[in-house]
Design a protein around this ligand. Sequence first.
Ligand code: C5P
Length: 216
Amino acid sequence: MNIYKIAVDGPAGSGKSTIAKIIAKKLNIMYLDTGAMYRAIAYKILNKNIKIENINDIVDMMKNTKILFDKDIIFLDGINVSKEIRMPNVSNFVSKVASIKEVREHLVKLQTNIANNNSVIMDGRDIGTVVLKDAQFKFFLNASIKERANRRYKEMIEKKIEVDFDNIYKEISQRDLADINRKESPLAKASDAIEIDTSTMNIDEVVLKLLSIINN
Ligand code: C5P
């Protein structure tokens, strides 16, 4: 059996998770949504009223935190938080949390442990550059900001989360800026990653493109 390590990076709303999920199913391998892990930690910091400057408390909290995935559901300490972690308060805060070195170290360790034991496709911001540096396949998905905001808007409406298009546009622009400019593992295309602009492609076209490269 083939062992797959596939990295999918890109900015917010570039289609990473939708595409990675479909490819995981087709190849019968595990999918890991690393963004959901950062969101879960951000959500818990907010819930526990921990100050973002209080790194020791954040580290202690993470040591006592269990993040588990079951298909599309994410459990934080045994509770389904799939919807809560997508709420605007978490989206607007998560990049701050993801810029903390200790948070990244903790989550990257969990991610690499998973990758050591499974064939996996992971999506995030630093998968090709840090987490799966040795991945056989690295993709960097991109799309225009307008298209990405549009996709995120539709996704939220489908999930019955009330949102405003202009706010989504602002939120993802600010998040991209923070993710690109942070010191620790910024959002970047790995030098050996294949970049695909998905602005004018539909989901099936992107999936086919990636699969044609993987199966080549
Ligand atoms: O993928 P998603 O948009 O849900 O990610 C939420 C946030 O988590 C990103 O904006 C980024 O700040 C952080 N993140 C990260 N590294 C990853 C995945 C996500 O810094 N590998």
